[in-house]
Design a protein around this ligand. Structure first.
Ligand SMILES: [Zn+2]
Length: 406
């Protein structure tokens, strides 16, 4: 299992070679040598494994015919994987017009100046949102709900990347989609709920922070759009969408699915995430050692050596794109929509994917136009209602069109 299986444990001394060396000096010498060996072995374990030692001997079986994008496509095409796990981040939603709002400098935070936040991320910190009786701190959920109004799901259309994952699901190749996104575009794209792990929660449901009563996202949205802080009619507690704030633990479904799914994964596709948020980013190391891993992202990432793993003499963790020993990690650099179209093309699914995107976007636009009609009785709730800004819609369309013109 570990890279140092062939190295005796550090405490083991060399066997008596039967040379009859029994003199005190000889013994001292042997003692010194074993101490030296011990130190050498220890140092060897502390050193990162290199191409010429350790890891190479234990290189797991290479499942890809070639460690390239084409190699991954052929692997899928030849039916060698049936349990694909797709991990996604903000990058798959940017083409829909959703800003990466967790990062300062997106413009969204400028609107929050008046709230005098200690720092921009405070808006997503549970201690800031929720009153802390212990510290006699005032709760301040207002900035979050102001930001939520601008980000509210229902304003955006899923991207090509979302529909590519839906296609994997339709073709019964998708084991699970782990997403860090809270925009619910996976649900809008029709990825079945049982195939979805929203690792950072979502706006889909909400709970009263005091009495834990559940509220629908429609109810919360109506409150937010009426510029009210959603407040539990029963107990007057603040009702918070079930998105994971900084300082909160990940939803139970994440902890339930990870140990079941990861050992079964026969292809890992990571898209649109810079893999910096734990524990999400460590999942790439939870799949079997033979499992090919494809990263579709604007920047190369996830190849940081895990210091702890190196210290323990274990194999290097994270992606190994540039390693001489790389036998399974493939990087496709660019937007996730472009990457999905490129992969779909190699798989012979390109037309199917783009026609599907076109039909779904048309359906969504029509539903929105219907909802916006003055004669419409009232705004309909539900996941399928999207696009309350024609400007955002056309921008997303433009980008999706650009992607399809590859
Ligand atoms: Zn309540």
């Amino acid at each position: 299992m570990s890279a140092n299986e062939d190295t005796p444990p550090p405490t083991e001394k060399p066997d008596d070679d039967g040379s009859g060396a029994t003199g005190g000096k000889e013994e001292d010498k042997q003692e010194d040598e074993s101490d030296l060996n011990f130190l050498q072995r220890l140092l060897a374990q502390l050193k990162p494994p290199t191409a010429s030692e350790g890891v190479e001997k234990e290189k797991p079986e290479q499942l890809l015919e070639e460690v390239t994008f084409e190699g991954v496509a052929n692997y899928i095409k030849k039916g060698k994987c049936k349990n694909i796990i797709v991990m996604t981040g903000a990058g798959i939603s940017t083409a829909a017009g959703i800003p990466d709002f967790r990062s300062p400098g997106t413009g969204l935070y400028d609107n929050l100046q008046k709230y005098d936040l200690p720092h921009p991320q405070a808006v997503f910190e549970i201690n800031f949102f929720q009153s802390m009786v212990l510290f006699n701190q005032q709760s301040n959920p207002e900035p979050f709900f102001m930001l939520a109004k601008e980000l509210y799901p229902g304003s955006f259309k899923p991207t090509i990347s979302h529909y590519f994952i839906k296609l994997l699901s339709d073709k019964e190749l998708l084991l699970r989609n782990y997403t860090q996104n809270i925009d619910t575009l996976e649900r809008v794209a029709g990825i079945p709920q049982e195939k979805l792990v929203e690792a950072h929660g979502s706006f889909h449901t909400a709970h009263c922070l005091d009495c834990v009563k559940e509220y629908s996202h429609e109810w919360v949205r109506d409150e937010v759009f009426a510029d009210k802080i959603p407040t539990c009619p029963d107990c007057k507690g603040v009702v918070k969408p079930d998105i994971v704030f900084f300082g909160e633990s990940l939803p139970p479904v994440f902890h339930r699915c990870v140990p079941q799914d990861m050992p079964k994964c026969d292809l890992l596709i990571v898209m649109g995430t810079s893999l910096v948020v734990q524990p999400f980013c460590s999942l790439v190391d939870r799949v079997p050692a033979t499992t090919p891993r494809l990263l579709i992202n604007k920047e190369k990432c996830g190849n940081q050596p895990d210091f702890f793993s190196l210290l323990m003499g274990g194999p290097a963790s994270g992606f190994q794109f540039d390693s001489d020993d790389n036998y399974r990690d493939v990087m496709w650099q660019g937007t996730t929509d472009d990457g999905c179209v490129a992969l779909a093309e190699l798989l012979g699914w390109k037309d199917e994917l783009l026609n599907y995107v076109k039909a779904e976007h048309k359906r969504i636009d029509e539903a929105n136009a219907e909802a916006k009609k003055p004669s419409a009785p009232e705004k309909k709730g539900g996941d399928k209602e999207v696009g309350n800004s024609s400007n955002e819609g056309s921008e997303a369309e433009k980008q999706n069109k650009e992607a399809s013109n590859l």
